[in-house]
Design a protein around this ligand. Sequence first.
Ligand SMILES: Nc1ncnc2c1ncn2[C@@H]1O[C@H](COP(=O)(O)OP(=O)(O)OP(=O)(O)O)[C@@H](O)[C@H]1O
Ligand SMILES: [Mg+2]
Length: 362
Amino acid sequence: MSSLLLNKISILNYKNILDKTFNFDSKINCFIGNNGVGKTNILDSIYHLAIGKSSFSISNENNINHDSEFMLLDGVFLINEKKENITCSLKRNETKVLKRNEKVYKKLSNHFGLIPVVLISPYDTNLIIEGSFERRKFMDSIISTYNKTYLQNIITHGKLIKQRNKILKYFNKSTKVDMDSILIYDDQIIKLSKPIHECRKKFINEFMPIVIDKYNKISGKNEKVSLSYKSDLNDNEIADLLKNSFQKDMILQFTSCGIHKDDLIFKISNSSIKRFGSQGQQKSFLISLRFAEFEFLKNNNNISPILLMDDIFDKLDIERVKNIVDLVNSSEFGQLFISDTDKIRIEKVLSSLKNSSKIFEI
Ligand SMILES: Nc1ncnc2c1ncn2[C@@H]1O[C@H](COP(=O)(O)OP(=O)(O)OP(=O)(O)O)[C@@H](O)[C@H]1O
Ligand SMILES: [Mg+2]
């Protein structure tokens, strides 16, 4: 098993964090402070260095402090005891620069997977509530950490669909349909769709039992949860789908079938969690998904991801908090970053975790 640590981070003008440097504990680090002081932003800065972008779907510019012209994140990681200096800098109206040991990455995707990280966040409800895009992103981000070909296939496939949609829009205005160019795109889409579908299917089969196990441990009850993979390709060949839906696609002006429409279906007692799950059940399910992600990444990449837990104890009853602490204690987690508004609660949690820790009051 490889080791991964964030030793130190310096944050300059990242949202409301103007100038802060943290030297971290190798096990548990807690950020404590009132609402709005910047706890989530600090966790996001760690996420940003690990992944190369913010966990929030905002434009890069919005990460720069409103009153500043630039932002800089500078982190010292230790991967198998080897120092890895990752920096991320951005000036207004310029493109972001991500560096590993002073060397600029040509493509952001080249950084992906070097520093696995799992974030459990109160904003996670999007994963359940929002449209299928969020759940595909969830699946893709996990698979991409251990399968670079998959990542490349997804990127290329996305571009092809975009191009195809452009043609569909253009045709709609003109009278003559140039099938030749559509068929060229279809050919490439067909080649990429099958391997992407196979990877996702295999992933769900392996991932599902871990989620169920985590959910049962957190809830402490036998509530039946399930997770399944919905895809046009489960019962059809992509070539047939594209051919049969072509007339429809022309009218809609976009590609209506394919793996870019895939989804994950989450259920509790055979009903949709999104529509029928209670708030506590939804939150427990989200934490289970993230813990499963953690375990999955750890097993597949042979390295313990950095675990960021933003405000996760809030609104959970004592029983569930205890179950989560037990889970963290038993699974061999690596380095942990926790944020909370309640210092007393955190001190209680820390006293039951038999590990070294540091508290940073923000
Ligand atoms: N680009 C920016 N420039 C300046 N301030 C920003 C920027 N983006 C966000 N903020 C500020 O950051 C603050 C929110 O910080 P953050 O969400 O990290 O707080 P928090 O400590 O996690 O609070 P809570 O306990 O409520 O979760 C808000 O006051 C917001 O206005
Ligand atoms: Mg917060």
